[in-house]
Design a protein around this ligand. Structure first.
Ligand code: SF4
Length: 368
């Protein structure tokens, strides 16, 4: 018996011992669903393979046709272009015309640039140099901030509105005396609250606030009249000397230039610019006092933080449009008196709190 026959007998015996019916491999293949499934799968696999070949073939065919389509369409487009080539000349001519117009325009623009740069390069003209500076920098959101300040100041409830230097002259005084009283009020207002200045001016006006009268008034009397304005003793001296100069040099009136005003004892640029505006109705520059100086720095209306009001004035005048110069002092002084206080500004009440650089930097540190 061969090895294979022995194995077959052993297998048959095991099957008989287990009680199962001995069936031939052929009959199993015919009845078993496993084999049936296998058969089906095998048939499917074969079909799949054929299908794949078919698909590949079809795809190749399709690709060819797509390529053909593209080529054809390209050719068509090209040929259309060829057909339209006569029209294209016209179009090209138009394009050329437009281009030549552009060239003309760009030439004009470059001419303008040259003119502008020529103007800027004119260093002998300070205004032109200033114009160049103005075009270079402006603080962000400044217009919104200014509008917000106007809105916060619209009720004119700040001390400066009722008792500022523009309200200190006697309304019945002659124009030259009125100008003199405005100048004296400005001299008193330095380092002094508006209420105190205004009260002192009321006393002076009743006493007789004219240059000839003040020049003859004893120091102690004048001192009593203006007390308790800040640095009242020094101011007595300045006011008396100024009154004498005005009598001798300006016929009792006040000078009309910044330089001449600044030459008077105790008169600085801030006072001079405000005086030009109040007394002469002329805007010569921005009057920068402690409020304008502080607020301009908080709002970063200066390119870098400034140390003196004069620096701040130069910075502001570099970018702030001139028509706004006349209002900015009064606006910011009142704003500084009511909201943007020197210590503990009321940022939570301020319309600028979301765009103010100072509030952004100090949020959490400021007592609100
Ligand atoms: S947010 Fe504060 S610091 Fe800024 S402008 Fe207003 S009050 Fe002044």
């Amino acid at each position: 018996m061969s090895k294979r026959q022995k194995l077959g007998s052993l297998s048959a015996l095991r099957t008989l011992r287990s009680g199962k019916t001995l069936v031939t491999a052929k009959s199993s293949e015919e009845t078993s669903p496993y084999f049936a499934r296998k058969k089906v799968t095998s048939t499917k696999t074969g079909a799949k393979k054929r299908a794949q070949i078919k698909i590949e073939y079809n795809t190749a065919e399709d690709d060819t046709s797509v390529e053909n389509t593209e080529v054809i369409s390209t050719v068509q487009i090209k040929s259309e272009d060829m057909r339209k080539s006569t029209d294209t000349k016209t179009v090209n001519t138009k394009v050329l015309e437009i281009k030549s117009e552009d060239v003309k325009q760009s030439k004009d623009a470059s001419d303008m640039k040259i003119e502008k740069s020529e103007v800027v390069r004119d260093d002998t003209n300070p205004k032109h140099v200033k114009d160049e500076k103005q075009s270079q920098w402006m603080p962000p959101n400044w217009e919104t901030i200014l509008e917000n300040i106007r809105e916060m100041r619209k009720h004119n409830t700040a001390p400066v509105d009722e008792m500022g230097c523009h309200k200190c002259a006697d309304p019945n005084a002659s124009p030259s005396v009125s100008r003199y009283q405005s100048l004296v009020a400005l001299m008193l207002s330095s380092q002094t609250k508006d209420q105190v200045t205004h009260a002192a001016m009321q006393r002076l006006n009743i006493y007789g606030c004219k240059p000839d009268i003040i020049a003859e008034t004893p120091d102690d009397v004048l001192g009593k009249l203006i007390y308790p304005v800040g640095f009242w003793k020094r101011k007595v001296e300045y006011i008396k000397k100024t009154s004498v100069i005005l009598l001798n040099k300006y016929n009792g009136d006040i000078p009309r230039t910044i330089k001449e005003l600044c030459d008077l004892p105790g008169v600085g640029p801030k006072m001079a610019h405000i005086c030009m505006q109040i007394a002469w109705g002329e805007v010569s520059g921005i009057g920068v006092d402690t409020h304008v100086h502080r607020i301009s720095n908080r709002l970063e209306w200066v390119r870098k933080q400034t140390k003196t009001p004069e620096e701040t004035r130069n910075e502001l005048e570099d970018w702030l449009p001139k028509p706004l110069w006349s209002e900015v002092n009064h606006l910011l002084v009142g704003f500084g008196q009511e909201i943007c206080l020197p210590r503990f500004p009321k940022c939570s009440e301020c319309l600028n709190k979301d765009i103010c650089p100072y509030d952004r930097k100090n949020r959490g540190k400021i007592k609100k």
